[in-house]
Design a protein around this ligand. Structure first.
Ligand code: ADE
Length: 330
């Protein structure tokens, strides 16, 4: 594909970004470490869900050294509800590497940090290190496939590689603004769900999809695979002022996080049922269809960990899937 179209789109995009950039917490007092935290938090997660959590996380761990010195339980607690918890574990490991060796100064060095893929490495390098390294995420694929009216499947690695090469060829000296402007256009104008607001777009006279009136024909994607349905029973067991928790297995979905006693398929009965409610939680590849059961029990049954409501709030990272049942924890 010709670079000229994209080269001509850089100036209008940067000018638009100057006046339309959102005031987001990670855009203040940026260091390579804070940029890494932000980009990891923002993977697969909406800006609005991250805003406040980013501030809290950096208040607790303002530097890589502070994060490196924390326990895994503390880090997971601050990640509670954000999902994709391996990001938190990887960030913790990355902080230990950075505290030891300093922040890497090259793309290869950043890419070698735990949990950092091509996208995050590109974003951190562009945003915080001034390096012209493309960061191609879903937003960038959407705006570029529309700009070029390109019917290549964006779920294929080759398409991503093609756009990365194209971006690399036109990267301006304002690496940080360029990287974030691409994301911003995808977030504010050329939006992921629903119709883009093309009349506000700095590329409205350049965009081939728009000029053809076909913006919603792009990006072209693979068909999504149906999610697997898991039926489960979740017990909120109460004994005196304490509640039963268990740790999830070390591998797989929500690995190593805490949960209420959880049974796929058949479940035992623990005693007299006080309340019952249904709740659904949608993960990337699985849906949990849960029946929550509130039960008082006479003793602190093994092998569970029994904690007070306050301990649960302050110390134990409970994934959002279980939030619907927290109304029973007082
Ligand atoms: N999504 C991913 N990185 C982002 C950033 N730096 N600003 C806004 N949205 C983003």
């Amino acid at each position: 594909m010709e670079e000229e179209l994209l080269r001509g789109a850089v100036g209008p995009l940067l000018a638009w970004f100057c006046t339309h950039r959102r005031d987001l917490p990670w855009r203040h007092d940026r260091t390579p470490y804070t940029a890494l935290v932000a980009e990891l938090m923002l993977q697969q997660t909406r800006v609005e869900a991250v805003r406040e959590r980013y501030v809290q996380f950096l208040r607790a761990f303002p530097t890589a050294e502070a994060l490196a010195a924390a326990s895994e339980e503390e880090v997971l607690k601050l990640w509670e509800g954000l999902g994709y918890y391996s990001r938190a574990r990887n960030l913790h490991r990355a902080a230990k590497v950075i505290a030891q060796n300093g922040f890497p100064s090259t793309f290869e060095g950043v890419r070698a940090l735990p949990g950092v893929g091509d996208y995050t490495a590109g974003a951190v390098c562009s945003i915080a290190l001034g390096l012209p390294e493309p960061a191609v995420d879903g937003n960038v694929l959407r705006i570029l496939s529309r700009l070029y009216a390109d019917a290549s499947n964006v779920d294929e690695g080759a398409t991503k590689a093609k756009y990365a090469a194209l971006l690399r060829a036109v990267y301006p000296p304002e690496t940080s603004d360029f990287c974030e402007a691409l994301m911003e256009l995808g977030a504010l104008v050329c939006v992921p769900n629903g119709a883009p607001t093309c009349e506000e777009c700095p590329w409205r006279t350049l965009c081939r999809a728009h000029l053809a009136g076909r913006e919603e024909a792009f990006p072209v994607r693979s068909e999504k695979r149906a999610r697997r349905i898991v039926n489960a029973t979740v017990y909120v067991l109460q004994c005196g002022g304490k509640y039963a928790l268990e740790k999830r297995p070390a591998r797989g979905l929500l690995a190593g996080l805490w949960q209420f006693p959880f049974f796929e398929g058949d479940a035992p009965g623990f005693g007299q049922l006080l309340a019952e409610k249904r709740a659904k939680h949608v993960f990337t590849h699985v849906e949990w269809h849960m029946t929550g059961k509130r039960v008082d029990v006479a003793e602190e049954i093994a092998p569970y960990t029994w904690v007070t409501a306050q301990q649960l709030r302050e110390k134990y990272a409970l994934p959002s899937a279980f939030r619907p049942f927290l109304e029973w924890v007082k």
